[in-house]
Design a protein around this ligand. Structure first.
Ligand SMILES: [Zn+2]
Length: 239
């Protein structure tokens, strides 16, 4: 695994507004606090989300971009980018791989955090088809696309984007996590980030208790002890 000192720039690639906050906002807060530059890339605007809504899809997209931008601020992230793909229709296409490879070459991250591309058979929510598509396309963009100057040659030819090798990827939502981050000290900021997604969670009774229970279970599994909270990842070396 990369040492802390080797992580200076981080890119998260997720499908919908709120995904990064459920899976990684605590880890992001800890990284940002020690001066790591973090960029969020969202593939959709989450325009098909929300319950009881009276907004059309473009109204919902605009609202959810604003909510994600506020959530990012709660954990120290100001660089939030959107690809604007329609929610619920994402496939790991060549075009998506190119668009993610473009941002990898722009940001030049040491570490990328994204969705696990495999279906989780223990718990349905992490395996939304958009999540699996984004996870797969991101891993393909990390290897081989972003590092190969002959992959998507237009990125170099037309945009001057040099090849870049990401050295490590952390996957969220998989069945076989092997790395746990103790986020106890930043748990209130992770909650604040999640609660920025008002259109998604304002109607959910017992939301805070339910999510804290899940993070406490991760902490127990990691052996962090009572009263601790954790985020869980599977680490993929990609150097
Ligand atoms: Zn999602």
């Amino acid at each position: 695994m990369l040492a802390e000192s080797e992580i200076n720039r981080v890119l998260t690639v997720t499908a919908h507004p709120d995904d990064v906050d459920f899976g990684a906002a605590g880890s992001v807060a800890l990284l940002a606090d020690r001066g790591v530059e973090v960029t969020y890339l969202l593939v959709t605007d989450g325009d098909a989300g929300g319950n009881d809504r009276d907004l059309d899809n473009s109204g919902m997209a605009e609202l959810r971009r604003a909510e994600q931008t506020a959530a990012a601020k709660a954990v120290g992230v100001t660089d939030v980018r959107f690809l604007g793909r329609p929610d619920g229709t994402v496939v790991p296409s060549l075009e998506l791989r190119r668009d993610i490879a473009r941002v990898i070459r722009q940001v030049r991250p040491d570490l990328v955090i994204t969705h696990h591309p495999d279906r989780n058979y223990q718990f349905a929510a992490p395996s939304h088809p958009d999540h699996r598509a984004v996870g797969g396309a991101t891993l393909d963009a990390v290897y081989p696309d972003a590092r190969n100057p002959y992959a998507f040659p237009e990125l170099l030819r037309d945009e001057g984007l040099q090849a870049w090798t990401v050295r490590e990827v952390w996957l969220m939502g998989g069945m076989t996590p092997d790395h746990w981050v103790d986020v106890t000290t930043v748990i209130e900021r992770k909650l604040a980030a999640l609660q920025s997604h008002v259109s998604q969670i304002a109607h959910v009774a017992g939301f805070e208790e339910a999510v804290k229970l899940r993070w406490a279970e991760w902490a127990a599994r990691a052996g962090f002890g009572d009263g601790r909270y954790a985020e869980a990842f599977q680490v993929v070396p990609t150097a």
